[in-house]
Every structure is written in C-alpha cells, then in structure tokens.
Design a binder for this molecule. Structure first.
Ligand SMILES: [Zn+2]
Length: 348
C-alpha cells in the first residue's frame, strides 16, 4: 500500500519555556522585529516571515512556536505571551491546549487495552453507546441472536469489511456469534469452561470476568455456518484476515503472541482499534500489548509517530497521566490506553 512507519523528529514540539523577559524588553524586540521585517521586505518574503515569527514568540530564546512561519498567528502569540496566558503557563507549544482527563476516561476509547492484567471498568460513557447489532448490521452476514450489543463504530466498520469481502466473491455465511458481553455473562462462560475442561484450560482460552475485550463493544467473534464451526480465516475466508486491518480491525490472539496476550490463539476474534493503528500493528507484527508499549516511544514532547494511509497522514503520540495536550483545533481523537495514559491520534 506504500505505507510505512515514519518516526519524525519534530523540533516544533519542544516545550516552550516561560518567557523570562520583562514586558518592556519584549516590546522593544517586537519593534525591532518589525523593523527587520520591513528592511527585509522585497528581498526574501519567506525569510522575513520566519524572522518575525521567531522574534515575536521567543524574544530570541524561544524557538518553539509551531506557527513561527505564520506572521498572522505570531502576532497573536505576542499578545497572549505578554499577558501571561495559560499557553505560556502550561509550557505548551502554540496551537495546543491541555485537556484534563479523569481516571475513568483512561478506560474509554478505541485504543484501550483490555486483558486479565488490565481489567475493564464498564464506563458509562461507553456502555451508553451500545446498540443492537441486528438493527445496524449490513446484509452481508448474520447474527446468531437478536440481542447482541455492539458499539456503533465497530458495526460500521464490520459492515464495510464484510460488504467488501462479499463483493469480491466471498462467502455469505459468516455469522457474528459474540459482540458485547456483560461481566456476569463472562463469569458464566469462564465457570462453565472451567467445570468442563478444567481451570487451566479456562484460564488459557477464556478471559476472566472484567478481562474480556468483549466487554468493550470493540470485539466480535465470527463463525462460518457452512463449516459449522468458529471462523478459521483460511481458504475462501482468508481474505477477511488479510484485509481486516484496512477497516481498523486486528486479529487479536495468535499462536505466536500467546506469551504476551496470555490467551490461546483465536482465529475468530477480531478487535476494532481504528486506522491507522491497525496498519501499524500489522506492519510491525505486533500484538496489541506490544503496540501499547511501542507507543511509549512517542511522548508528546518527543518524536511523534507519523503514518500515511492512502494519502491521509496521521500523527500519534502518547501522554502518561491525566493532563493531555491536544490540538486547539482540527481533527483528532483522544483514547485512554486503560493502563496509564492516553493516545492522541491527529488526522492531518
Ligand atoms: Zn472473542
């Protein structure tokens, strides 16, 4: 697809130090910058704008303004800097604000990691969004029962995945046999499996209550009716596994990653994590646990992860804790990781 991971060193993201200069000196510098701009006019417009931007925002010391090249924004910067705005107080680059999150927020969003080690808290913000699969699914697949619940974003992209699968000649017998599960439902599954196959088997193949991705509404289990068994993703069904990341899904539990996931291979369990995350995970052969750790290499005040899918550029960074810098405007999402922080995904 011509896509690749591109860790980007972005000097513009450095934290801006609080300006130590008194107002008077700043004003003098601004006037000097104006004179410099005037003197440079006609020689090199781009250079003149750069000089003006740096002087306005930094007083000669601070080079951290992302909008340094934009004289319009730089003018506004000077005003807010002089008045000691929250922008300066927070030490954030221009164009960012702090979004204060809660511990509960950390368990909400498309990129949460849920496992026996990182239990799900059933936040109301997610529970209240659940819808009935049968009311929202396309005609390309079926559901085994009418009361299966799911998050809208999951069924929307599942529809696209399986519509395209059928359109390119795929089988029409795929059935969703599990979507959202309550805590009690998962407890019942675990107990029944343990009674039937022993506690060790249950621990390997059934998440504990609170530790199942099915609690989140982002996971589905597929079944192929012709085979009369859980979906194996081979033969005529292999297309689904090979292309699912293009629709934001990953195959969550594979044999080779069991040491990380602590769950045996499940060729039928698909998890929605969203584009471009699904692409990066597949390209690097990560399981989700590994991906959540990998993102720690891209903190807000360091290099950000950039990735391009079909001409759309995404920028991703990780923030530990509850104070999350986000763009002042534009298209972005904030998701908890359900461990210790938040993942910000900006669509350029
Ligand atoms: Zn499952």
């Amino acid at each position: 697809m011509g896509t690749r991971v591109q860790p980007k060193h972005n000097g513009r993201r450095r934290r801006r130090r609080r300006n130590p200069l008194p107002l008077l000196i700043l004003l003098v510098l601004v006037v000097a910058a104006g004179l410099l701009l005037y003197s440079c006019a006609g020689q090199d417009d781009g250079a003149a704008q750069n000089n003006a931007g740096q002087t306005n925002t930094g007083g000669g010391e601070d080079e951290g303004s992302p909008d340094g090249g934009n004289t319009g924004d730089a003018g506004g910067e000077t005003e807010t800097g002089d008045t000691g705005s929250t922008d300066g107080e927070d030490g954030l680059p221009a164009g960012y604000i702090v979004q204060t999150m809660t511990e509960a927020d950390m368990g909400v969003g498309e990129q949460i990691l849920v496992s026996n080690e990182h239990m799900y808290d059933f936040p109301e913000a997610a529970e209240s969004q659940l819808v009935r699969l049968v009311d929202n699914k396309s005609s390309s697949y079926t559901s085994n029962v009418n009361d299966t619940l799911i998050l809208p974003v999951t069924v929307e992209h599942l529809n696209e995945l399986l519509d395209d699968y059928v359109a390119q000649g795929g089988a029409t017998d795929i059935m969703v046999v599990s979507g959202y599960r309550t805590y009690d439902f998962q407890q019942g599954l675990f107990d029944r499996n343990a009674a039937r196959n022993g506690i060790e088997n249950a621990r390997r193949f059934v998440a504990q209550a609170g530790g199942s991705e099915h609690h989140t509404g982002y996971a589905v289990d597929l079944y192929s009716m012709n085979n009369g068994d859980y979906f194996e993703g081979v033969g005529e069904y292999a297309w689904v596994n090979e292309h699912c990341h293009e629709y934001g899904f990953i195959l969550r539990y594979t044999e080779e990653k069991e040491e990380f996931t602590k769950i045996g291979p499940e060729s039928w369990h698909f998890r929605y994590v969203g584009v471009p995350h699904s692409y990066i995970i597949v390209e690097n052969d990560f399981c989700y646990e590994e991906y959540i750790d990998y993102l720690r290499q891209f903190p807000f005040d360091g290099e950000h992860l950039t990735y391009t899918v079909d001409g759309t550029e995404y920028e991703i960074y990780f923030v530990e804790g509850l104070e999350v810098p986000v763009p002042e405007s534009g298209d972005y999402t904030v998701s908890g990781n359900n461990v210790d922080g938040f993942i910000v995904t900006i669509t350029k």
